[in-house]
Design a protein around this ligand. Sequence first.
Ligand code: ADP
Length: 464
Amino acid sequence: MQFKYAVCFIAIIAALLIFMNIYPVASFRDAAFEAKHASTLNQAAVVASSLSSLPELREEDVGKIMSMLNNIMVTRLVVTNERAQIIYDTSQYENNVGRYAVFAEVMTALEGKDVFRSKYTGEGLVSRAAMPVTSEGVIVGAVYIYDFDIDQAGMLETMRGNLLKVSFVILFLSLLLVFVFSWLLTKRIRSLFKAMQNLGGGRYDYRVEVRGGDEISGLASEFNSLAERLEKTESMRQRFVSDASHELKTPLAAIKLLTDSILQNEGMDGETMREFMQDIGSEADRLTRTTEKLMHITRLETPETAGGVTDMKFVVEKAIRMLETLAADKGVRLDVRLSERCFVKADADDLHQIVFNLVENAIKYNVEKGRVTVLLFKRDRTVRFIVNDTGIGIPDEDMPYIFDRFYRVDKSRESEIGGSGLGLSIVRDVVDRYGGSITASHREHGGTSFEVVFPLASRSEAER
Ligand code: ADP
């Protein structure tokens, strides 16, 4: 990835540098050609117009006029007659007068057209220009100018050289920058990648460092919170599995112990055997209850399904009917006061778990001739469900833990009552799931009070 970034950047920079090297040189050269064009043709025109006063171009007349024109500054100037025969030539090396000037430019000029051509050879700017000399409308000859300019060419070369030097410096600096930046960028991505691999490999405590406020930092902090959630879930899962297996082991061990006793005591009397069998049966019941509750918990941990609206009054009435016998057996009086139309946005079965567990506890942990008061009413757009009992109460030090899984206040007492320590944790999970709250408190004259508060479902939701 770093390589791709670097190549991409370098390609862009190289393109810019190439443009920077070509464009200014080319435009400078064009401008130089332009200037040459004007000045050469201008000089040719001066010569041509000076000669146009002569009816015929002869060597001595031309020489005289040319000696008067002393500001012509070109490399070579040639004047020919109408047959392209050289009459005047500034070239000092050859004695050309009388010869034919077979330059294409001269031929074109003798046809009556101005010509200008220029090119850049790398050493100098070469310009050629020719122009007809007319006398009273008749072409009597031609002026030919050849110019070789090293000054302009030198400037062009210096410019080219400087640009190249600057380009190299820019290229070097940008290569350095590209390398550093792409390395920094990919370094952070690499560290995220490494973190993901660690997480994938089960290292849930691995975190990445979050620096800055860009997208990659956002990704990093998102990753961290994901890892945190996973870590929490994983530790919950581990604790749950170990707690649950421990919870299942106890009744199983009891069953094993009881069956062993029966098998080893061949002469066991029928009455004792019956007792043992009853114990096995109640342990099996306990196992069933525990597994049912465990299943309920795992169901709660799966994402919420779209729930309808339930009138909590019917749920409470049904749960009370189921618990009436238990209350009668324990000698506990049930006092129930329910309001109409207490709509809660929750599943009826889940609400049943709340009501059943709270009322069952209030009966289970009560005293002879005790009382349980169950209230359901609406207040301030909430539905309140309250269970008060006159029971044994919960000690202060246990209060913060009663909603934890498998937590029991007094193990010895509970084993007699047959609780699993899961009821209240299920209640809390359901309440949380539907956006409600639950509190437990001591009552003034002993006993415990549980209060569940749910948002009241609106009329439109209730009638849907
Ligand atoms: P269990 O299945 O043991 O009843 P719960 O989660 O329902 O488990 O309750 C946890 C513990 O809280 C119980 O073991 C009990 O000691 C205590 N507890 C719950 N409700 C009451 C209550 N109404 N009065 C006194 N103690 C209670």
